[in-house]
Design a protein around this ligand. Sequence first.
Ligand code: TXA
Ligand code: MG
Length: 337
Amino acid sequence: MPETKFETISLEKPNLEAITEAAEILRRGGLVAFPTETVYGLGADALNAEAVQKVFDAKGRPPDNPLIVHIADRRQLIDLADDIPQKGQRLAKEFWPGPLTLVVRKTFLVPDIVTAGLNTVAIRMPDHPVALALIEEVNSGLVGPSANISGRTSPTTAQHVLEDLNGRIDMILNAGATEIGIESTVIDVTVDPPVILRPGGLHKETLEDIIGPTQVSTDAEALRRSPGTRHRHYAPKARMILVRTGDVPAMRDFLKVNRQQGKSVGCIVHSPDLARIESGGFFRVLPAPLEFFARYLFRTIRELDQEGVDVILVEEVEEGGLGLAVMDRLRRASETH
Ligand code: TXA
Ligand code: MG
């Protein structure tokens, strides 16, 4: 693999040459990381099985974890989706482009490697001008797993992508930090009521306003429907411990015990009570609103990891709205190694 090209695209004055070059790389079966409104994705031509194999290799992704296909235009659905139930169509109409991924029945055109052999395919239309322009220029759907080494925290900046994948991919399109900072909501609409397989940027409550009740899959169910969810995710190098919202005594206790053991401790908190406990480099405050916490969470975890802390204490958030996705990621990241 040649050196990874790094091209910056200003949204005010888009550098169309960089997009053209990226599209050429993709058409030749290469790999290009691109920004979306959620996190950076690692793009390859979804209909080119060899290119998709390279995505699994570059990320070290287990082959049983299926990929999302990114589209820029509803007309692309004809090639990819066999049938989209009414509730799926209503969601697509309402929330695309946006942080919503629909799991639907796939056509024979979608290579098995994309879907890890499942008869369904996950599809999303990202809400980012660079992603949309790139997909349009390639004129094919792009697979787009988060552009990180498998198991690590998803990248919310192009710099994060470089840290993980430099020398493993052909190009990175840099358009600054991502807006939402947490991945899309994945919902299986082949069943009724639809099942949320991964909570994400689009809130459960907002979805349900359009299609009525949904289910959130249990771990056992998620495993059956979406084999990839059993793999370890979002893992910092440091050990992560969750602290209940506003629980000052618990926070003080964890700090004390870990320091007595000679460990360096990083903290990520949001409530005014916990924010007052300490200050300084390893003590990060991400105050309300929750959107702010979500936007900077992965980045802050990466930064504390780079500082070499042994333990990261994270204050839990309320589970409503975006909080469902945030708590899902925090739980996965804090599962013991
Ligand atoms: O926001 C996002 O969704 C980002 C950006 C780049 O678009 N992408 C992303 O992709 O998070 P990835 O590969 O990191 O996560 C895809 C998730 C996994 O949990 C996978 O198991 C699930 O979608 N998935 C993909 N295809 C599926 C299918 N056919 N059935 C069930 N789950 C599927
Ligand atoms: Mg991922």
